[in-house]
Design a protein around this ligand. Structure first.
Ligand code: CTP
Ligand code: MG
Length: 245
């Protein structure tokens, strides 16, 4: 496991923020535009990226249904690098790869992040980029704190030993070339993908773990928004409204 510290990174980091989902479990299609801590979820993510040193470009992947609102959020900020918007696809992985293809060839490390994780910090982007550059691939993850049961037909089949289980979060970082090659190989074999790290795992590429934070939660259901809201308000309290990262 590597724990990163803020530092200036060699090379250029590109960040792909996937925001093209339909928010079915949340109940609002443009979930990433929902307000949390008085600002759209996506705005928090963009701010965290802007505090991470070494980022050279950002691509936000929007849905046709959310493109206009996403453009408004992007245009409301001023960014020290180009921020482009592209249209995503049916599956999350399609959206990720639409974003990755829009990243310049001069970028060596790509970080993928869910816009639905507004509590991400600049330190997590920095640590993930450093680990990905060193080892080829790295994901932010946290140890599982609940007991996981494998269930079939309404009955427990097995209890998984918890000490080996980690919950994957984002960002996930990759040497850009490795990710594109792994994705093309998966496409040729019509493989379904849950996250991009699993593409590299299948090829035997080590994927480094970067210690994440339990508070880097993904807003999936409406109740998650209340938790994220409370955490972001706590974070900004006493900083004059500016989030510490
Ligand atoms: N995402 C995406 N393109 C897709 C599906 C998901 O860019 N085709 C993005 C979402 O916008 C989100 C992240 O991937 O930022 C994680 O997905 P999830 O939390 O599942 O969001 P939704 O897909 O929008 O929600 P649901 O699955 O409940 O419809
Ligand atoms: Mg989804």
């Amino acid at each position: 496991m590597s724990r990163g510290t803020p530092e200036t990174l060699p090379g250029v980091v590109g960040v792909v923020i996937v925001a093209a989902g339909r928010g079915e479990r949340f109940g609002v299609a443009a979930k990433v535009l929902a307000n949390v801590g008085d600002r759209p979820m996506l705005a928090w993510t963009l701010d965290a990226v802007a505090r991470a040193p070494g980022v050279g470009e950002v691509v936000v992947v929007a849905g046709e249904h959310s493109e206009r609102g996403i453009r408004d959020v992007v245009d409301a900020g001023s960014w020290p690098y180009p921020v482009r918007i592209v249209i995503g696809g049916e599956r999350r992985h399609d959206s990720v790869m639409a974003g990755v293809r829009a990243i310049s060839a001069t970028v060596d490390v790509v970080l993928i992040h869910d816009a639905a994780r507004p509590l991400v910090t600049a330190d997590l982007f920095t640590a993930c980029a450093a680990a990905a550059r060193a080892d080829g691939a790295a994901i932010v993850a946290v140890p599982v704190t609940v007991t996981i049961k494998r269930v079939r037909d309404g009955a427990v089949v097995e209890t998984s030993p918890r000490d080996a289980l980690w919950a994957a979060q984002t960002p996930q970082g990759f040497v850009r070339r490795l990710l594109i090659e792994a994705s093309e190989r998966a496409d040729q074999r019509h493989l379904d993908v849950t996250d991009e790290a699993s593409l590299l795992e299948r090829l035997g590429q080590p994927v480094r773990i970067v210690a994440g934070s339990q508070s880097n939660l993904k807003v999936t259901h409406p109740s998650d928004l209340h938790i994220a809201d409370a955490l972001l308000r706590r974070r900004t309290a006493g900083t004059g409204g500016v989030a510490r990262t």
